[in-house]
Design a protein. Structure first.
Length: 294
């Protein structure tokens, strides 16, 4: 007979180790942070070791916790895949995908009918700007925006991105722009970059790439979300440095105009799923279709 600690304590530790955050683990497991902390302390007492260094914050795994975590992660992933395989074997079940609100609204939604007609796949779209964990959730795969693939899970590249200056045609009818310096004299729109401090698509960085480093761009409108910044540009309120992927349809349809060849490098859009997922073939089919639909 196997002698194992309580399963609920192992689940609490695995979630906390994956997020390195008790509150996020609690939200995933529908518990309180206090309950997560209590279960992990119970597990530490059972094992006779410390699994986390709690101070100074943020929390981090101890050597023993780092040794235990990958074993539990793999075990829970395999259990989840096996259960999904026997409880929902029907391929007709919608494939649940986690995407950002901007990607859903500006790229994916308009292409859903084509996806179904060309591949037979049906998606259940979960749009949220907070990353969703692929382990211990109902999400089959996620679309991530990252510079490179991470060692965990399976990362399938979709398309490369760049950040380009765009505005509505109506703005150009009111103001002429002859060069990059002229762009900086237009109302500039900025949004918060949520992918880390490096390579943020700021007008200051763009002006340096354009050879105008001595100019200090004056931003007239600030937004927390890229989709709102693009909406502002569509309304003729200014120029935005936007994703060439997300704004591609608006440019193709003439609702936005690219003002310069000067651009900032973006990241890569990826389809990410567990490699042992029972419907990984469907995820790979989505990735292939998305690349062809870009």
């Amino acid at each position: 007979m196997r002698r194992l600690p309580p399963l609920h304590a192992l689940r609490a530790f695995e979630a906390a180790a994956r997020h390195l955050h008790f509150a996020r683990a609690a939200a995933e497991l529908h518990l309180t942070p206090t309950a997560i902390s209590h279960q992990i302390r119970q597990l530490e007492e059972t094992l006779g070791v410390r699994l986390f260094h709690r101070y100074p914050r943020p929390i981090r795994l101890s050597a023993e916790g780092a040794a235990l975590y990958p074993v539990l992660r793999e075990s829970f992933d395999r259990m989840s895949s096996a259960i999904a395989g026997i409880s929902q074997p029907d391929r007709d079940r919608p494939l649940t995908v986690s995407v950002t609100v901007a990607f859903a609204s500006l790229w994916l939604m308009r292409r859903l009918p084509t996806l179904r007609s060309q591949t037979g796949l049906t998606l259940q779209v979960e749009a949220d700007n907070r990353p969703v964990g692929l382990s211990g959730s109902d999400v089959d795969f996620a679309v991530r925006y990252a510079a490179q693939a991470e060692p965990e899970d399976q990362w399938l590249p979709l398309f490369e991105d760049s950040l380009i200056p765009l505005c509505a045609p109506d703005l150009l009818r009111r103001t002429s722009v002859n060069d990059d310096a002229g762009i900086l004299r237009l109302p500039l729109i900025q949004y918060r970059w949520n992918c880390g401090a490096e390579a943020s698509p700021s007008w200051q960085r763009w002006s340096c790439v354009a050879g105008l480093g001595g100019v200090k761009p004056e931003v007239t409108q600030h937004f927390s979300e890229e989709i709102n910044a693009i909406d502002s540009a569509l309304a003729g309120q200014g120029v935005v440095l936007a994703s060439s992927v997300l704004a591609g349809a608006a440019v193709a349809e003439g609702h936005l105009v690219r003002l310069s060849k000067t651009e900032l490098p973006g990241r890569t859009f990826w389809a990410v799923s567990r490699g042992d997922h029972p419907r990984f073939a469907d995820v790979a089919q989505f990735a292939s279709w998305a690349r062809a639909s870009a």
